[in-house]
Design a binder for this molecule. Sequence first.
Ligand code: BGC
Length: 467
Amino acid sequence: MTQSEVSTAHTAKVIGVSVAAAVGGFLFGFDSAVINGAVDAIQGHFDLGSFGLGISVAITLLGCAAGAWFAGRIADRLGRKRVMLLGSALFTVSALGSGLAVTVFDLMAWRVIGGVGIGIASVIAPTYIAEIAPARYRGALASLQQLALTIGIFAALLSNAVLANFASGAANELWFGLQAWRWMFLVEFIPAAAYGILAVLIPESPRYLVERFRDQEAVEVLLTYTGDHDPQERVREIRHTLHHERPTSFADIRGSTFGLNRLVWIGIGLAAFQQLVGINAIFYYSTTLWRSVGFTESQSFITSVITSVINVTMTFVAILFVDRFGRRNLMMIGSLGMFVSLLFTAIAFSQATGSGDNVQLANPWGAIALAGANLFVVFFAATWGPVMWVLLAEMFPNDMRTVAMGTAAMANWLTNFVVTLFVPVMTQSVGLWILYGLFAFFALMSFFFIRSKLPETTGKELEEMEA
Ligand code: BGC
């Protein structure tokens, strides 16, 4: 084989294992968005008010926060692969339990279990990919997880729309006496089981292997999958960056900035801003949102599916540019684009007429709200969606990565929880336009945050990251 054939073979292998790990991203997307189409039927079925509705959607996210928090620690003790297996088991149990839920309380419990799976997947998929990928296209490979995530959201919304359509409404019976909304959860069993099988097949992360003194195995993985020219030297470098001989713990992220290392705070800031711009007001509630401004149920389902296609498509932009154009530049463009589009959406919502169940957006405001919300998704998906996760997976040094990543990811989920909880309540109390105005404000703040705080990580090896 020629040198270039050898490197093509390695590239194919590393893409293969990255895709397999990214199935965790698919489940992250599917499981977090599946609620979107089921939400109205659940509200009707269990007779919930707007706060009860907010809780039943948001509670999953507390599970996500817990999952993210523990994932890093477990990954350091048991290995990245075993954590993926655990995630797969949790997704499987949650899919079946939620679909067959008897009361709103056990439904919430099953959703929390799925949430732990999502939190785990959100940490382990990008970490694993960043740890196995060569620096020159690490950004693109780690963005695969977000691509899978957006495909997961799309698949959930599409399957929701198809199932609701079969039953002529999410609340109607579909097969075996079970309503369509129950099937929305049950179908997740298939990708959840597939994830478990894939997790068995992929190799362990070389960074984990070195940490556990399994250097020879690490050399083999590097040789087979990354085509590293001098894998022995890489293993020595990894060893050199691990300043202690025990698994990473919370002590490793302590520091002098309010008790934590400064870089960890930057990670937490990134993670929080990614949610404060309100992306999940769209992805968890868009069906309800469009119905609330006068769209029919089926128009709202279709609009949600279209938005999720835009989300998938625009992720390719990030994959193409993240390693060439740099993380900082992409994030700053994203912040400004999100600010402008959210501002237009807020202005459009301020023009709504009517009240209660009879709200209307007269033209051109309906069209402007639609365009603004979708343009917001365009900018988010091409920048902050994938790049925030890429950054969290790569910006921390080896001796704190998993715990620091887990902590920042937990902050992402907790912020997501707060936003998700308050979307229905704020929509009812202060109105959509104030809500979207706030999102626009946070988008603008995120620009200044990136400009003043974020270090550039593009093209650097993980061994070069400094706290
Ligand atoms: C965010 C999720 C969001 C998704 C939308 C992810 O990067 O973390 O909260 O639902 O993007 O594509």
